[in-house]
Design a protein around this ligand. Structure first.
Ligand SMILES: [Zn+2]
Ligand SMILES: [Zn+2]
Length: 237
């Protein structure tokens, strides 16, 4: 499995917001500016078959209308599956109404798009030998908030999206070899640095911290089992 980090930052950091690309085909989250980031990295939008959204905070999906518009403009013929919280399509329509009046419906009607409720995605084959499951995670008051596990024959990658300490996160840590995990400098709706350090000692897996503020990067780099992967870089599992 090839994992490319498109962004590893949060709203305030210098780096692009947390978002990832698996095997050049599966996009995880679409923060504002995502379409341009993909173009800068010379990614072929034809190749993207699945878009996965963790939750409906703006820093995780506000570029989705522009990606859909781009696909409409270039007359995409390939099927596109969009997986996310069950109210994603409704929110997307509202968002597009604000941005472009009400043209999204026309774009969607002309494209082959299937929306899937993340809740129902359990061991779905998204590519040959690659299976996807959603995990419900806790993030402040967000009602539908998901992490995801990508599984091959012998390896598993977890992606937390935004989460605080919760049973779903513990479950993921026990199931995966690698995890893209949100880390913050303070307690709240994210995993804070001190709790993250405890977890990295308890569960001996490979951690790639993301969605972190610039101030804690130097400290993250020093930790065992932890590797900061910069935007644009990729790694293989
Ligand atoms: Zn969030
Ligand atoms: Zn966020």
């Amino acid at each position: 499995m090839k994992v490319q980090v498109i962004g590893n930052g949060n709203i305030t950091s210098n780096n692009f917001n947390a978002s990832f690309l698996i095997n050049d085909k599966i996009l995880i989250d679409t923060p504002p500016g995502m379409l341009k980031e993909l173009k800068k990295l010379n990614k072929n939008l034809d190749e993207i078959k699945v878009i996965v959204i963790t939750h409906l905070h703006g820093d995780h999906y506000f570029d989705l209308p522009f990606i859909i518009l781009n696909e409409y403009a270039r007359k995409r013929e390939e099927k596109l599956i969009i997986i996310g919280p069950k109210d994603l399509k409704k929110s997307l329509e509202k968002l597009t109404k604000l941005a472009f009046y009400n043209r999204l419906n026309k774009y969607i009607a002309n494209l082959d798009i299937t929306f899937l409720d993340a809740q129902t995605v359990q061991n779905n084959m998204v590519e040959d030998d690659l299976y996807l499951s959603s995990i419900k995670l806790v993030h402040g008051e967000v009602k539908f908030n998901y992490g995801y596990i990508f599984k091959t024959k012998d390896k598993a990658l977890g992606i937390t999206g935004d989460t605080e300490m919760c049973p779903g996160l513990t479950y993921m840590l026990k199931k995966v070899n690698y995890i893209l995990i949100n880390v913050n400098d303070k307690k709240g709706e994210h995993l804070d640095l001190s709790r993250f350090k405890e977890l990295a000692k308890t569960y001996q897996i490979n951690y790639i911290p993301v969605h972190f503020p610039d101030e804690i990067e130097a400290e993250l780099i020093k930790l065992k089992n932890v590797k900061v992967i910069n935007p644009g870089e990729q790694f293989f599992i």
